[in-house]
Design a protein around this ligand. Structure first.
Ligand code: HEC
Length: 127
């Protein structure tokens, strides 16, 4: 019985919190199963070797090679991870406010590709 009341209280709190919450805190990486928007990360999860390297090569390297634009050499895994960790990578491909829109002078990447990049970053940028 106590458990039921507790559960109810938790659900109510979550509901109220949801209702009054400001836009999602993008700096938080805390995975909360109940509130996390459903994102299809595929199976297996994206890795640098299997997915990200090719996405960069096909869409980004012509401007972001050595001495690349915006200070990123996206042919270098360390630079890709740096952009992932500081938010630039996901920000630019999602055309988020405050970020340059990438790939520059080209169409936005398709949703599946953007999801892969985002999943990769959120999943800890596995090599
Ligand atoms: C046609 C050339 C071109 C392509 C293709 C391109 N970029 Fe860029 N990128 C730029 C330029 C120029 C800048 C720096 C100037 C600016 O801020 O617009 C830049 C800046 C950036 C930055 C720095 C963020 C910032 O706000 O300054 C990141 C991160 C980035 N690009 C990622 C990417 C990724 C990821 C791709 C592939 C999906 C990509 N770029 C494709 C030209 C390009």
């Amino acid at each position: 019985m106590k458990k039921t009341i507790l559960t109810m209280a938790v659900i109510t709190t979550m509901f109220v919190a949801c209702k009054s919450s400001k836009p999602a805190d993008t700096t938080s990486t805390k995975p909360t199963e109940t509130t996390k928007p459903k994102m299809d990360c595929g199976n297996p999860e994206p890795t640098y070797a299997n997915d990200i390297k090719l996405i960069m090569a096909n869409n980004c390297l012509k401007c972001h090679g050595e001495g690349g634009k915006g200070g990123y050499n996206l042919g270098d895994v360390n630079d890709v991870k740096r952009a992932g960790a500081n938010g630039d990578l996901v920000g630019v491909v999602k055309w988020s406010p405050g970020y340059a829109k990438m790939p520059a002078r080209a169409a936005k990447l398709d949703d599946a590709t953007i999801a892969k990049i985002e999943c990769w970053v959120k999943g800890g940028m596995k090599i």
